[in-house]
Write a new protein. Structure first.
Ligand code: ZN
Length: 156
């Protein structure tokens, strides 16, 4: 069958940045599985998978506005270290604020931490190499739960 709304799609992938660095890959793992049309993967990839069938290999280039978004300069914030309640703050640390934003400490200098609230892949053009391994319709349970059951999905 062709990939259409509410299809469960399983695929192996490698994700590269424009310089060819591997950002993520399903290598050595089960194929990634998602329900098509529910916004579970980046929009640009979901669009390019539409209508494809199991066994298809494709390359998909996804611009930031169809991927993880452009970098928002307002999400780069310099915060005095005394605002962290005495905890040790180091570059690479991540924490979540009550509004569910995840912030990464980019740099600590001069008594301040530079925080980045953008997605780590914001502003990056994504280069996917995809091999679709399975396409089937989602079950009623999967649609009501909003996730895939079985290989590559939830086991419960
Ligand atoms: Zn479930």
């Amino acid at each position: 069958m062709q990939i259409t709304k509410n299809a469960v799609v399983s695929f192996h992938y490698t994700l590269n940045d424009p310089e060819g660095n591997v950002l993520d890959s399903s290598d050595g793992r089960e194929a990634f599985a998602y329900i098509h049309g529910m916004g579970m993967i980046v929009p640009g990839l979901e669009q390019q998978l539409e209508g494809k069938t199991a066994g298809t290999k494709l390359k998909a280039e996804v611009a930031p506005d169809q991927g993880y978004g452009e970098v928002n300069p307002e999400l780069m914030q310099k915060v005095p270290l005394d605002r962290f309640g005495g905890q040790n703050v180091e570059a690479g640390m991540q924490f979540q604020t009550p509004d569910n934003m995840v912030w990464t400490v980019v740099e600590v200098a001069d008594g301040h931490a530079m925080l980045n609230g953008n997605h780590p892949l914001a502003g990056v053009t994504l280069h996917f190499n995809v091999e679709i391994t399975d396409v089937r319709m989602a079950t009623a349970d999967e649609l009501s739960h909003g996730h895939v059951h079985g290989p590559g999905g939830h086991h419960h």
